[in-house]
Design a binder for this molecule. Structure first.
Ligand code: ATP
Length: 287
């Protein structure tokens, strides 16, 4: 058994002169959810394409489940599920037919299309043509399709982007379920809150390089500044905001002063978000 589901060693891709993915190195453990976060053009999709055997690295190597992706592409692809942002479903066919067709392409037997549709909340709509599905339903069908071959690694590219809250939540639950079953998840996203909720570790990718890779908890401990935010009544009776940094030598006295000298109306503590930390590390936001 390999120790890691995914290993990238010096993985590199150039489009002509443009270095899109720049000698990146990382491992993903089996059953881990790794968030791959970065702004547009950071190199996320290019990395996924190399990891899934759709593009050959210009330098370096990707290994999935102990197999070299470049030399054992078909074997690797039989063990993975891939869901990309752009829906490429057969619109004239029903949801069930789409899944069955995909199962045939993969030569998957023992496959229960109905149960899979139920899992993504489309059980009732399985016999309807996909052209009548909403964006969220199509996305859920795409995720279901990526699960047809019971993959050991699932690659999801922005799986909840632009979806209604119900569809987004059902996809998030499915991701967590799959990880509990031991499936490794490689999730690319712009959504820092989602990454924070779902991912065991997150990699920040910026200009083709991995700027940092760690658990959300460790990143917040290392880079995040926790603070207390309070609203107080000012001299003219209007509300004013106060902010006190936690974890400094002055925290205790500052808090004492706040309560003795001001009329505190509301108070709450806040920890840095992954978005704040991303900006701190890379000098720019995700937008
Ligand atoms: P997004 O979040 O917008 O999908 P991304 O992080 O997935 O962005 P990539 O699509 O991997 O980024 O692109 C990385 C860089 O490579 C960008 O500068 C992009 O413009 C460039 N690029 C991507 N595909 C091509 C291509 N086919 N030809 C030339 N340049 C490309």
């Amino acid at each position: 058994m390999p120790n890691h589901a995914i290993t990238a060693e010096n993985l590199t891709y150039r489009y002509g002169d443009l270095l899109a993915v720049d000698h990146i190195n990382f491992d993903v453990a089996e059953g881990e959810i790794l968030g791959f976060l970065g702004p547009n053009g950071a190199g996320k999709t290019t990395t996924v394409k190399m990891l899934t055997g759709q593009m050959r690295p210009k330098e370096g190597k990707a290994t999935l489940l102990g197999m070299d992706v470049t030399t054992q592409t078909e074997k690797v692809q039989a063990q993975i599920g891939v869901c990309f942002e752009i829906a490429n479903l057969y619109e004239q066919m029903t949801g069930l037919e789409n899944l069955k067709l995909f199962a045939q392409l993969f030569s998957v037997k023992n496959f229960d299309a109905r149960a899979l549709l139920d899992r993504v909340g489309l059980g009732e709509r399985g016999k309807d043509r996909v052209e009548g599905y909403s964006k969220g339903m199509k996305q859920r069908l795409m995720v279901a399709r990526a699960l047809v071959n019971q993959p050991r690694i699932l690659f999801l590219d922005e799986p909840t982007e632009g979806l209604d809250p119900v569809s987004a939540e059902s996809i998030r639950n499915l991701i967590l379920d799959e990880a509990k079953r031991g499936v490794t998840i490689f999730l690319t996203t712009h959504d820092m809150l989602e990454a924070d909720k779902l991912c065991d570790r997150v990699a920040f990718i910026d200009r083709g390089k991995i700027a940092v890779l760690d658990t959300p908890h460790n990143l917040k401990q290392q880079y995040g500044k926790r603070r207390v935010k309070a609203q107080v009544t000012g001299h003219d009776g209007k509300l004013e905001n106060r902010e006190i940094r936690l974890d400094t030598d002055a925290t205790a006295t500052d808090l004492q002063k706040l309560f003795s000298a001001e009329k505190v109306i509301t108070i709450h503590s806040e920890e840095a978000s992954l978005e704040d930390i991303f900006i701190q590390i890379t000098g720019r936001g995700l937008a």
